[in-house]
Design a protein. Structure first.
Length: 125
């Protein structure tokens, strides 16, 4: 599933109480910021970096109340973000889902200034 480009935070549903992992890669001179919140406004991820760095920041968190929001900004200004998602299904049940986000901060249309992955898992261990 693809989402049209937007400067607004993107709503995604994660499995509440299950582990989600995330990564932030950057290819930009401007500082790129990733902010993920749950429906109650709790900040689950607040990470930033700049330069050309792959998997510059990574981590995990427990999914909270849906919907979660993902926002990417550059130097404090919202970036244009394209997003897509894909699920892995086993026996008719989703076992994981990955969201991909690519941002554009200056309007040159390359959508490579930051790249974020966000994956949740149905099962632990």
């Amino acid at each position: 599933m693809s989402f049209p480009p937007t400067r607004d935070p993107i709503e995604v549903n994660l499995w509440p109480g299950r582990v989600a992992q995330w990564s932030l890669s950057t290819q930009a001179g401007f500082t790129q910021n990733l902010l993920i919140k749950d429906a109650d406004g709790n900040i689950l991820v607040n990470a930033s970096d700049s330069g050309t760095k792959y998997f510059a920041k990574t981590g995990t968190f427990m999914g909270g109340k849906n919907p979660h929001t993902v926002a990417i900004s550059a130097n404090g200004k919202p970036s244009d973000v394209q997003a897509a998602s894909s699920a892995m299904v086993l026996g008719g049940k989703a076992t994981s889902k990955t969201y991909l986000f690519a941002s554009e901060d200056l309007g040159d249309g390359d959508y490579q200034d930051s790249f974020v992955t966000l994956t949740w898992f149905e099962f632990h261990g």
